[in-house]
Design a protein around this ligand. Structure first.
Ligand SMILES: CC(C)(COP(=O)(O)OP(=O)(O)OC[C@H]1O[C@@H](n2cnc3c(N)ncnc32)[C@H](O)[C@@H]1OP(=O)(O)O)[C@@H](O)C(=O)NCCC(=O)NCCS
Length: 97
């Protein structure tokens, strides 16, 4: 199942969080989390994220996973603030095409 949360400003989508929810395995993986540049640093991302985590807890999930690029220091700080630890159970595969 997928969860899509949006933040709107006068019917314009300004923020988005998309997550995969696995009820059986009790985990969620958020794959897209973005706020339009002009709308950043106003608390919109935090609101979207907090709503998402609330929803995960309400559904009795046990783990949330995110993939963050090593260059994305801001998101790493955001995750640290939100209580995430760096995981070591996933490999990230990529190839140039
Ligand atoms: C990550 C993102 C969604 C956060 O959205 P946002 O609306 O700007 O977030 P908030 O305004 O709620 O700020 C979140 C926290 O980061 C801090 N912050 C906001 N902008 C910042 C900036 N430019 N530099 C450093 N810290 C910043 C805020 O102070 C806040 O922390 P605090 O309130 O605990 O002090 C947004 O920055 C974004 O779209 N980034 C590009 C896409 C991306 O990297 N997504 C994550 C992929 S894994």
């Amino acid at each position: 199942m997928n969860l899509i949360l949006v933040a709107e400003d006068d019917k314009k989508i300004v923020g988005l969080l998309i997550a995969e929810i696995c009820d059986k395995k009790k985990y969620s993986f958020f794959v897209n989390f973005v706020v339009l540049p002009d709308y950043r640093s106003k608390g919109i991302g935090t609101k979207l994220y907090d709503l998402y985590e609330y929803d995960c807890k309400k559904n009795k999930l046990k783990t949330i996973t995110a993939l963050v690029q090593t260059s994305n220091k801001f998101m790493q700080q955001f995750c640290a603030k939100k209580g995430y630890n760096k995981g070591n159970e996933l490999f990230f595969f990529e190839k140039d095409i």
